[in-house]
Design a protein around this ligand. Sequence first.
Ligand SMILES: O=P(O)(O)O[C@H]1[C@H](OP(=O)(O)O)[C@@H](OP(=O)(O)O)[C@H](O)[C@@H](O)[C@H]1OP(=O)(O)O
Length: 483
Amino acid sequence: MSFLFAACRPHTPKPFQILLFSITWICSSTRTSVGSQPPGLTFYFGTKTRYEEVNPFLLENPLLVTGKQDLLPNMCTPIKIVSVIRHGTRYPTHKQIKKMKKMHDLIVRQEGIRSELVEELQRWDMWYEDWMDGQLVKKGEQDMSNLAYRLASLFPSLFTKDRLKQNNMTFTTSSKHRCVDSTKSFISGLVHDYFGFPQAPESELKDLPYMEPVINDHLMRFFDHCPKFLAEVEDNDTALHEVDKFKQSPEMRKVINKIATLLDVPELDLSADLIQMAFFICSFELAIKNITDSPWCNLFDQEDARVLEYLNDLKQYWKRGHGYDINSRSSCHLFQHIFQHLEAAVTESKSSQQVSMPVVMQFGHAETLLPLLALLGLFKDETPLTAENFISQSERKFRSGHIVPYASNLAFVLHRCDMAETPRERYQVQLLLNEQLLHFPHSHNSLCLFDEMKEQYGHLLDGCQIAKECAIVKANRSSEDEL
Ligand SMILES: O=P(O)(O)O[C@H]1[C@H](OP(=O)(O)O)[C@@H](OP(=O)(O)O)[C@H](O)[C@@H](O)[C@H]1OP(=O)(O)O
């Protein structure tokens, strides 16, 4: 099978392969007609997943807003939106690029008789360079400008020219360049694509105070400012022990063995990290350049992909998700900030004032969103993800690629319902993830009365003081001192 598959790749026919040429031509044309994606791998890339995987209709039309009628509650008017948005598609980080080079060098130095696949990988151009280090790519800019257009189309009463001109929109970002650039692309999508202001200097916008992104890492990178998280997770070598164990698991060993055979390299030269990197190259080639037939994808089938997805999910679960309480508790300042924005709008609306800040857009990382979602009790499986339960977790809720792909976005939309029968029903909050309705865990409904939300999450409003949550309590002989 692999021989036939190997013969099905476009390649320069060699003397001893002339016979295969006709087969190759048939197969490559067949492969092209079969589909434009790596065979069944694209939904297993975890946090390296492109946004289109959660909204496939965007592949045809990146500006399409679907199901608008289903998304908005009848007889209610949106009066505020507060969003947390992951940056758009990015280059690999410096750390990952080093692993890419190591993996490719391992293949390039192969000599003697090599398979078609190895030859193709040897011919592949290692075009990634250290300077790229996680920066936003062109596709990432488009992710953001298109998202801005779609959100404004979904909530036109919030995204109005007047509000733009009156600066009633705020754009907060993490200090990382990919987030700052994502914010600028989002604003550009709003101003130029949606509102149609020309890009030229004579644009009406010149009299607008430029909508500069406001950097706030305490909000968008709260994990960097939480001593308890840094000590117990980030800087604790044993915190990801389940990840380390899974790298040695039978499932992982089977993938390593298979790739070693395919590449004809000693297993000892390979590792779970290097193989995960080869898998991620397939994901980056697709996400960044829309290359659907990268030779790197030909190393893997869906069984391998499920194992490698779980490896990434284990990291996200224990480093950012439900694994350790401090992961989610460290995000409660961000949740409180979101809630305070909603509460301010309710207060203004109740006193018949114009809502002063109807649009609040906040740009961060997968590690901004995952702890916040965990804090809200979302995507929590009954059993923790461990190195031992890969098989029983095959239908798990916590699949990072389905939750926080590039450009993922969580939106709290506050509605005023003037036909409400009781004052309690007048203000309702709607939850959307990646432009789709998301149910609150306590009610299994995507709409929640504002007062009910306050009751359900009150323990996170009054009972989560970030200074106390993040304090490192150091026991000593006489008493416990907070550092
Ligand atoms: O494995 P890498 O270096 O890509 O990990 C990145 C994070 O990428 P992710 O694991 O989420 O795919 C990156 O998150 P992002 O949302 O900004 O892409 C994070 O900022 C970066 O520090 C790396 O995370 P790590 O936990 O430090 O490995």
